[in-house]
Design a protein around this ligand. Structure first.
Ligand code: ATP
Length: 248
Protein backbone atom coordinates (compact mmCIF):
# COMPACT_ATOMS: atom_id res chain seq x y z
CA UNK A 1 0.00 0.00 0.00
CA UNK A 2 1.20 3.50 -0.85
CA UNK A 3 0.00 6.48 1.16
CA UNK A 4 0.94 10.01 0.15
CA UNK A 5 -0.18 12.85 2.41
CA UNK A 6 0.18 16.55 1.62
CA UNK A 7 3.29 16.04 -0.49
CA UNK A 8 5.06 19.27 -1.40
CA UNK A 9 8.27 19.50 -3.44
CA UNK A 10 9.78 22.82 -4.39
CA UNK A 11 12.77 23.55 -6.60
CA UNK A 12 13.97 26.96 -5.45
CA UNK A 13 11.00 29.24 -6.22
CA UNK A 14 9.03 26.59 -8.11
CA UNK A 15 6.29 24.54 -6.40
CA UNK A 16 6.55 21.42 -8.59
CA UNK A 17 4.29 19.30 -6.34
CA UNK A 18 1.66 21.12 -4.35
CA UNK A 19 -0.09 19.37 -1.43
CA UNK A 20 -0.65 16.09 -3.22
CA UNK A 21 -2.50 13.37 -1.28
CA UNK A 22 -3.55 9.95 -2.52
CA UNK A 23 -3.61 6.30 -1.52
CA UNK A 24 -2.95 3.29 -3.74
CA UNK A 25 -4.60 0.20 -2.31
CA UNK A 26 -3.42 -3.41 -2.68
CA UNK A 27 -4.58 -4.97 -5.94
CA UNK A 28 -5.05 -1.64 -7.67
CA UNK A 29 -3.52 -0.14 -10.84
CA UNK A 30 -3.65 3.64 -10.81
CA UNK A 31 -2.75 5.89 -13.74
CA UNK A 32 -0.91 9.12 -12.92
CA UNK A 33 -1.56 11.45 -15.82
CA UNK A 34 -0.96 15.12 -16.48
CA UNK A 35 0.52 17.58 -18.95
CA UNK A 36 4.30 17.97 -19.34
CA UNK A 37 5.76 19.53 -16.22
CA UNK A 38 2.74 18.61 -14.07
CA UNK A 39 4.96 17.08 -11.37
CA UNK A 40 4.47 13.35 -12.10
CA UNK A 41 8.15 12.35 -12.18
CA UNK A 42 8.93 14.56 -9.18
CA UNK A 43 6.12 12.89 -7.21
CA UNK A 44 7.26 9.38 -8.14
CA UNK A 45 10.89 10.21 -7.28
CA UNK A 46 9.75 11.43 -3.87
CA UNK A 47 7.73 8.22 -3.38
CA UNK A 48 10.80 6.17 -4.34
CA UNK A 49 12.96 7.98 -1.77
CA UNK A 50 15.21 9.51 -4.44
CA UNK A 51 14.08 13.08 -3.82
CA UNK A 52 13.51 14.49 -0.35
CA UNK A 53 10.06 16.10 -0.10
CA UNK A 54 9.92 19.71 1.05
CA UNK A 55 7.06 18.61 3.31
CA UNK A 56 4.43 15.91 3.61
CA UNK A 57 4.55 12.21 4.31
CA UNK A 58 4.99 9.08 2.18
CA UNK A 59 4.38 5.61 3.57
CA UNK A 60 5.15 2.33 1.81
CA UNK A 61 3.32 -0.57 3.45
CA UNK A 62 3.02 1.60 6.55
CA UNK A 63 6.74 2.50 6.69
CA UNK A 64 7.79 6.14 6.32
CA UNK A 65 10.12 6.56 3.32
CA UNK A 66 12.26 9.09 5.23
CA UNK A 67 12.40 7.68 8.77
CA UNK A 68 12.07 3.95 8.03
CA UNK A 69 13.82 3.89 4.68
CA UNK A 70 15.16 0.31 4.59
CA UNK A 71 11.82 -1.26 5.50
CA UNK A 72 9.93 1.06 3.15
CA UNK A 73 12.28 0.37 0.22
CA UNK A 74 12.25 -3.39 0.73
CA UNK A 75 8.64 -3.34 -0.50
CA UNK A 76 9.20 -0.86 -3.31
CA UNK A 77 10.20 -1.09 -6.98
CA UNK A 78 10.68 2.03 -9.09
CA UNK A 79 11.21 1.93 -12.84
CA UNK A 80 12.30 5.39 -14.03
CA UNK A 81 11.59 6.84 -17.44
CA UNK A 82 15.29 6.70 -18.29
CA UNK A 83 16.80 3.57 -16.75
CA UNK A 84 19.88 4.16 -14.65
CA UNK A 85 21.91 0.95 -14.92
CA UNK A 86 25.44 -0.24 -14.18
CA UNK A 87 26.97 -0.24 -17.65
CA UNK A 88 29.92 -2.52 -16.91
CA UNK A 89 27.95 -5.42 -15.44
CA UNK A 90 26.57 -8.11 -17.69
CA UNK A 91 22.80 -8.52 -17.92
CA UNK A 92 22.92 -11.60 -15.70
CA UNK A 93 25.31 -10.01 -13.19
CA UNK A 94 23.13 -6.91 -12.97
CA UNK A 95 19.96 -8.89 -12.31
CA UNK A 96 21.75 -10.88 -9.62
CA UNK A 97 23.21 -7.69 -8.12
CA UNK A 98 19.74 -6.16 -7.74
CA UNK A 99 18.46 -9.34 -6.08
CA UNK A 100 21.47 -9.35 -3.71
CA UNK A 101 20.79 -5.74 -2.72
CA UNK A 102 17.23 -6.68 -1.77
CA UNK A 103 18.23 -9.99 -0.14
CA UNK A 104 16.15 -11.94 -2.66
CA UNK A 105 18.66 -14.26 -4.35
CA UNK A 106 16.03 -16.99 -4.09
CA UNK A 107 13.71 -14.96 -6.33
CA UNK A 108 16.60 -14.41 -8.76
CA UNK A 109 17.33 -18.16 -8.90
CA UNK A 110 13.68 -18.95 -9.37
CA UNK A 111 12.85 -16.27 -11.95
CA UNK A 112 16.05 -15.30 -13.82
CA UNK A 113 15.59 -17.61 -16.83
CA UNK A 114 11.90 -16.86 -17.15
CA UNK A 115 12.39 -13.07 -16.86
CA UNK A 116 15.21 -12.91 -19.41
CA UNK A 117 13.27 -15.13 -21.79
CA UNK A 118 10.09 -13.11 -21.35
CA UNK A 119 11.84 -9.87 -22.28
CA UNK A 120 13.88 -11.40 -25.11
CA UNK A 121 17.15 -10.91 -23.26
CA UNK A 122 18.32 -14.50 -23.00
CA UNK A 123 20.87 -14.18 -25.77
CA UNK A 124 22.17 -10.96 -24.17
CA UNK A 125 22.62 -12.41 -20.69
CA UNK A 126 26.44 -12.51 -20.97
CA UNK A 127 26.70 -9.07 -22.65
CA UNK A 128 27.49 -5.79 -20.91
CA UNK A 129 24.55 -3.51 -20.09
CA UNK A 130 26.37 -0.83 -22.14
CA UNK A 131 25.66 -2.85 -25.31
CA UNK A 132 21.86 -2.97 -24.88
CA UNK A 133 19.56 -0.95 -27.13
CA UNK A 134 17.24 1.69 -25.63
CA UNK A 135 14.20 -0.60 -25.63
CA UNK A 136 16.22 -3.51 -24.22
CA UNK A 137 17.40 -1.30 -21.35
CA UNK A 138 13.80 -0.32 -20.66
CA UNK A 139 12.65 -3.95 -20.60
CA UNK A 140 15.63 -4.96 -18.49
CA UNK A 141 14.81 -2.32 -15.88
CA UNK A 142 11.30 -3.81 -15.62
CA UNK A 143 12.87 -7.26 -15.13
CA UNK A 144 15.03 -5.77 -12.34
CA UNK A 145 11.91 -4.45 -10.63
CA UNK A 146 10.46 -7.96 -10.62
CA UNK A 147 13.43 -9.75 -9.10
CA UNK A 148 12.55 -8.79 -5.57
CA UNK A 149 9.43 -8.98 -3.48
CA UNK A 150 8.07 -5.50 -4.02
CA UNK A 151 4.35 -4.95 -3.64
CA UNK A 152 4.41 -1.22 -4.36
CA UNK A 153 5.42 -0.75 -7.99
CA UNK A 154 6.06 2.70 -9.48
CA UNK A 155 6.48 2.97 -13.25
CA UNK A 156 7.36 6.22 -15.02
CA UNK A 157 6.38 5.98 -18.71
CA UNK A 158 7.08 2.23 -18.80
CA UNK A 159 5.88 1.55 -22.36
CA UNK A 160 7.73 4.21 -24.35
CA UNK A 161 10.28 2.83 -26.84
CA UNK A 162 9.34 -0.80 -26.23
CA UNK A 163 8.34 -3.12 -29.08
CA UNK A 164 4.76 -4.49 -29.24
CA UNK A 165 5.69 -7.93 -27.83
CA UNK A 166 7.49 -6.25 -24.92
CA UNK A 167 4.51 -3.97 -24.29
CA UNK A 168 2.18 -6.98 -24.18
CA UNK A 169 4.49 -8.75 -21.69
CA UNK A 170 4.71 -5.70 -19.45
CA UNK A 171 0.94 -5.19 -19.48
CA UNK A 172 0.54 -8.84 -18.51
CA UNK A 173 3.05 -8.23 -15.72
CA UNK A 174 0.87 -5.39 -14.41
CA UNK A 175 -2.15 -7.70 -14.35
CA UNK A 176 -0.19 -10.46 -12.58
CA UNK A 177 1.11 -8.02 -9.97
CA UNK A 178 -2.41 -6.69 -9.42
CA UNK A 179 -3.74 -10.22 -8.97
CA UNK A 180 -1.00 -10.80 -6.38
CA UNK A 181 -2.16 -7.77 -4.41
CA UNK A 182 0.43 -5.19 -5.49
CA UNK A 183 -0.25 -1.44 -5.46
CA UNK A 184 0.78 -0.15 -8.89
CA UNK A 185 1.22 3.42 -10.13
CA UNK A 186 1.83 4.05 -13.82
CA UNK A 187 2.70 7.53 -15.00
CA UNK A 188 1.87 7.77 -18.68
CA UNK A 189 0.87 10.01 -21.56
CA UNK A 190 -0.71 7.01 -23.35
CA UNK A 191 -4.28 7.76 -22.36
CA UNK A 192 -5.89 4.92 -24.33
CA UNK A 193 -3.63 2.48 -22.49
CA UNK A 194 -4.41 4.13 -19.15
CA UNK A 195 -8.12 3.91 -19.96
CA UNK A 196 -7.92 0.14 -20.53
CA UNK A 197 -5.37 -0.73 -17.86
CA UNK A 198 -6.10 1.39 -14.82
CA UNK A 199 -8.69 0.97 -12.08
CA UNK A 200 -8.40 4.58 -11.08
CA UNK A 201 -6.94 7.76 -12.51
CA UNK A 202 -5.09 10.63 -10.84
CA UNK A 203 -5.00 13.76 -12.98
CA UNK A 204 -2.37 16.29 -11.92
CA UNK A 205 -1.57 19.67 -13.36
CA UNK A 206 0.84 22.33 -12.10
CA UNK A 207 1.64 20.08 -9.14
CA UNK A 208 -1.94 19.83 -7.95
CA UNK A 209 -4.45 17.00 -8.00
CA UNK A 210 -7.35 17.92 -10.31
CA UNK A 211 -9.18 14.59 -10.19
CA UNK A 212 -8.96 11.24 -8.44
CA UNK A 213 -11.33 8.39 -9.23
CA UNK A 214 -12.57 5.93 -11.81
CA UNK A 215 -13.15 6.71 -15.46
CA UNK A 216 -16.87 6.25 -14.78
CA UNK A 217 -16.75 8.89 -12.03
CA UNK A 218 -14.88 11.25 -14.36
CA UNK A 219 -17.53 10.68 -17.04
CA UNK A 220 -20.31 11.36 -14.52
CA UNK A 221 -18.59 14.52 -13.36
CA UNK A 222 -18.32 15.74 -16.93
CA UNK A 223 -21.87 14.56 -17.71
CA UNK A 224 -20.58 12.72 -20.75
CA UNK A 225 -21.05 8.96 -20.48
CA UNK A 226 -19.42 8.21 -23.82
CA UNK A 227 -16.31 10.37 -23.56
CA UNK A 228 -12.85 8.83 -23.83
CA UNK A 229 -10.22 9.48 -21.17
CA UNK A 230 -8.38 11.63 -23.70
CA UNK A 231 -11.42 13.85 -24.25
CA UNK A 232 -12.06 14.15 -20.52
CA UNK A 233 -8.39 14.81 -19.80
CA UNK A 234 -8.24 17.63 -22.35
CA UNK A 235 -11.41 19.11 -20.90
CA UNK A 236 -10.25 19.01 -17.30
CA UNK A 237 -6.73 20.31 -17.93
CA UNK A 238 -7.76 23.01 -20.40
CA UNK A 239 -6.49 26.36 -19.18
CA UNK A 240 -4.57 24.74 -16.35
CA UNK A 241 -1.32 24.02 -18.14
CA UNK A 242 2.03 25.75 -18.14
CA UNK A 243 4.67 26.01 -15.48
CA UNK A 244 3.75 25.32 -11.86
CA UNK A 245 3.13 28.42 -9.77
CA UNK A 246 6.11 30.03 -8.02
CA UNK A 247 6.15 30.13 -4.23
CA UNK A 248 4.02 32.85 -2.70
P1 ATP B 1 6.74 15.24 -18.17
O1 ATP B 1 5.37 14.74 -18.52
O2 ATP B 1 7.21 16.30 -19.13
O3 ATP B 1 7.76 14.18 -17.93
P2 ATP B 1 6.33 15.66 -15.28
O4 ATP B 1 4.88 15.75 -14.96
O5 ATP B 1 7.01 14.38 -14.98
O6 ATP B 1 6.58 16.10 -16.79
P3 ATP B 1 8.34 16.88 -13.57
O7 ATP B 1 9.52 16.31 -14.29
O8 ATP B 1 8.00 16.33 -12.26
O9 ATP B 1 7.05 16.87 -14.50
O10 ATP B 1 8.60 18.45 -13.43
C1 ATP B 1 7.70 19.29 -12.68
C2 ATP B 1 8.25 20.70 -12.69
O11 ATP B 1 9.46 20.73 -11.91
C3 ATP B 1 8.62 21.23 -14.06
O12 ATP B 1 8.30 22.62 -14.11
C4 ATP B 1 10.13 21.03 -14.15
O13 ATP B 1 10.74 21.98 -14.99
C5 ATP B 1 10.53 21.23 -12.70
N1 ATP B 1 11.74 20.45 -12.34
C6 ATP B 1 11.89 19.11 -12.41
N2 ATP B 1 13.10 18.73 -11.97
C7 ATP B 1 13.75 19.88 -11.61
C8 ATP B 1 15.04 20.16 -11.06
N3 ATP B 1 15.91 19.20 -10.79
N4 ATP B 1 15.34 21.44 -10.82
C9 ATP B 1 14.46 22.45 -11.06
N5 ATP B 1 13.21 22.25 -11.56
C10 ATP B 1 12.87 20.98 -11.83
Amino acid sequence: MLEVTNLVKTYKALRAVDSLSFTINPGEIVGLIGPNGAGKTTSLRCCAGILRPTSGQIKINGFDILTDQAKAKSGLAYVPEVPSLYELLTVDEHLKFVAMCYGTLDVYEERKDELLERYNLTEKRGELIATLSKGMRQKFSVACALVHRANVLLFDEPLIGIDPAGVAEIKQEFHNAKKNGASIVISTHLLDTAERLCDRILIVSRGRLLFEGTLEALRRRSQNQNATLEELFLQITEGDQGAPPPLA
